[in-house]
Design a protein around this ligand. Structure first.
Ligand SMILES: C[S@@+](CC[C@H](N)C(=O)[O-])C[C@H]1O[C@@H](n2cnc3c(N)ncnc32)[C@H](O)[C@@H]1O
Length: 228
């Protein structure tokens, strides 16, 4: 492999699955910050290889969304889930697609135009607040993003305020494994065990109501308020 090709390959491998590598550079070391190469970051999130382990259709089937549902995709990226979500809830439903990175939303808007859906509201948010309307969202989906939130318990409190009575937060994130073991994905120190998320949800009165176990690389947990 020529040197330039090798460097490109290593960069892509490090950002595979939309999570960038840790490194000596301070920007890279801060896992909440955007990677330097947004183009590769987006390309990796949209990689055809992702379908095998991400299983979008199965995830949507498991969520059992209904036409007219009001859904938020927080940390939506270029819309790997937002577009299928929009189709699942149909023209009477709505998807708030929230991200902190304008280029993600730019790419998402391209997909929205191609997919010809008109029920997605793109939301450019600050990193500490999804800025969702209070009491308005039936399902909040977070994929490979929860570990990015700066103060997670405080962020969850804001997510919870956006839920309708009986609403849920579905969190999908990588099961901690070394990159050597998985062959792709975020570096080990950027991954967050499900138990940590459970505790932070519990601190906000949310419990794991449903735990899906079919994804090979990620945990997938639906949290609800007890008694609802
Ligand atoms: C690994 S990507 C996952 C994107 C998408 N959920 C997917 O599965 O393809 C993480 C996304 O979260 C966004 N993000 C990072 N921190 C965030 C925050 N505090 N609030 C909202 N989005 C955030 C990033 O810009 C990026 O688009």
């Amino acid at each position: 492999m020529r040197n330039t090709a090798l460097i490109a390959f290593l960069t892509a491998a490090a950002t595979m699955a939309g999570c960038h590598s840790s490194g000596t550079n301070s920007k890279e070391a801060d896992h909440r910050g955007p990677p330097r190469d947004i183009g590769s970051y987006i390309a990796n999130m949209e990689s055809p290889d992702r379908a095998e382990w991400q299983q979008v259709e199965q995830v949507l089937a498991a969520l059992n969304l209904q036409p007219g549902d009001r859904v938020a995709d927080v940390g939506c990226g270029p819309g790997y889930f937002a577009i299928p979500l929009a189709r699942a809830v149909g023209p009477t439903g709505v998807v708030w697609a929230v991200d902190i990175e304008p280029k993600m939303l730019e790419r998402l808007r391209q997909h929205i135009a191609e997919a010809n859906v008109d029920n997605i509201r793109t939301v450019l948010a600050p990193d500490n607040d999804p800025t969702l309307p209070p009491g308005a969202v039936d399902t909040i989906l977070i994929v490979n993003t929860y570990h990015h939130f700066p103060d997670r318990p405080a962020y969850v409190a804001k997510l919870k305020r956006a839920l309708t009575p009986g609403g849920r937060i579905a969190n999908i994130d990588f099961i901690p494994r070394t990159r050597e073991a998985r062959g792709f994905g975020p570096s080990f120190d950027h991954q967050l065990a499900r138990e940590a998320a459970d505790k932070e949800m519990a601190a906000n009165g949310l419990y794991p109501a449903v735990v899906h176990t079919f994804l090979p690389e990620q945990y997938f947990v639906e949290y609800r308020t007890r008694g609802e």
